[in-house]
Write a protein that binds this ligand. Structure first.
Ligand code: ADP
Length: 397
């Protein structure tokens, strides 16, 4: 089976052609500068191809993607019929979607209804969907939502303690993101430890970071909120912050709320704490090793806040059996994992330094004596999208 996975942004569109059974990616690429001029970056047969192709809209980007996938030299399929279905990553499913679903007119309407909740991403995701529908009308399309996995949270986790009318009239609540990754890790953890009933905390630590508390495969709480700004400090996002900071800055500096939020989303986090040095953890580690105090603080703050969330979720679940690390920093940052776990010895977490140094594979890094199994599990959101898409399309036949 071939599933085309599409992740459409406002001026870019990423694609992968994947076999959902094996996870093998036969081709992948990126259309960028959509709406400006247009460039296609394509990888297949171990080769990279870059082509300037006019892309006034997402429709031309999808056409360019299909053309290169069918190209006699650089392509991997002979016709569009070899694509069994398309899986679209959609940022915000609001309260409308608790799982992935086959796209029809009602689904499009519901995704549109979620635009106020995901004003930057949902319109772009819709452009990707509509472009595919136009160019390949007989191929089934599936929407996979970043928020869906978190819809099993109980009200005590998802409600904000603000007047009910904002929840009832405006859907203001915690949603959470990175759901496709959290779901993938929860499934892999279950397969790796050979159990379906267990309590875990997953730390998705990348440029954007979020944690989730998962019981028996279901999400019970997560650190991001109405938007991805909440939770732990990230590359450029501040994470949890007192709302009065916004009021103070707007009043004092004449900033608009939007300007203030742009600062909190794009100029904050470890980038800000390192005095603007970098949002990349490798640069921060490098700086810290040379004695840069701001880099040290940025890292210490990050470890501290992640560890606090793990502790909070261990309390929320009344203990945990498994702790998992994933995404760019979670998978590669051995010092990050060690520092976070060093806060958790009180609950019996003990990691093996040698195992913690092994990179790029699914591995249990805790000692046999550890009360909590600690795992590093590389995430694969695309595989999760491909599997959800394949399952839904097979079930519909
Ligand atoms: P995104 O949220 O953009 O998907 P990723 O999950 O790709 O982010 O993570 C990107 C982050 O991973 C970068 O900040 C980078 O610092 C970090 N990273 C990558 N390799 C390493 C490494 N070897 N050690 C520490 N951090 C790393």
């Amino acid at each position: 089976m071939n599933i085309l996975i599409i992740n459409a942004g406002s001026s870019s569109l990423k694609y992968q052609l994947m076999d959902p059974d094996t996870g093998v990616v036969s081709a992948k690429g990126l259309c960028e500068r959509i709406g400006l001029d247009g460039r296609l970056n394509h990888n297949a047969h171990g080769r990279k191809v870059v082509k300037d192709i006019p892309m006034p809209t997402h429709s031309e980007a999808i056409t360019a993607t299909l053309n290169i996938l069918m190209d006699p030299a650089d392509g991997v399929i002979a016709s569009v019929d070899e694509i069994d279905a398309v899986g679209h990553r959609v940022l915000h499913g609001g309260m409308e979607f608790s799982e992935s679903c086959i796209i029809n007119e009602d689904v499009i309407k519901a995704i549109k209804k979620c635009i106020p909740l995901g004003p930057l991403h949902n319109p772009a995701n819709l452009m990707g969907i509509e472009a595919c529908q136009a160019v390949m009308p007989s191929t089934p399309q599936v929407a996979v939502f970043d928020t869906a996995f978190h819809m099993t949270m109980p009200p005590k986790a998802y409600r904000y303690a603000i007047p009910t009318e904002y929840f009832e009239n405006d859907d203001i609540r915690r949603y959470g993101f990175h759901g496709t990754s959290h779901k993938y890790i929860a499934r892999r953890a279950a397969a790796l430890i050979g159990k379906t009933e267990f309590k875990m905390v997953n730390c998705h630590l990348g440029n954007g970071s979020s944690l989730s508390a998962v019981k028996d495969g279901k999400c019970m709480d997560t650190s991001m909120g109405l938007s991805p700004l909440a939770g732990v400090p990230m590359g450029t996002r501040c994470g949890d912050i007192d709302a009065c900071v916004v009021q103070f800055l707007c009043n004092k500096y004449g900033m608009t709320v939007d300007e203030c939020l742009t600062m909190l989303n794009k100029k904050s986090g470890v980038l800000a704490l390192s005095n603007g040095l970098s949002s990349d953890f490798r640069d921060l580690e490098d700086g810290a090793s040379k004695g840069d105090e701001a880099c040290k603080l940025a890292l210490e703050k990050f470890y501290y806040e992640v560890a606090k969330y793990v502790g909070a979720y261990a309390a929320a679940l009344n203990g945990i059996d498994v702790l998992t690390f994933t995404a760019g920093v979670g998978e590669n940052g051995k010092d990050t994992r060690k520092a976070i776990c060093s806060y958790l010895t009180f609950m019996g977490v003990e990691i093996d330094d040698e195992k913690n140094s092994i990179r790029g594979q699914e591995i249990c890094i805790s000692t046999p004596n550890s009360k909590v199994q600690v795992w590093v599990i590389p995430t694969n959101e695309e595989l999760m999208i491909a599997q959800d898409t394949a399952e839904l399309v097979k079930a519909a036949k």
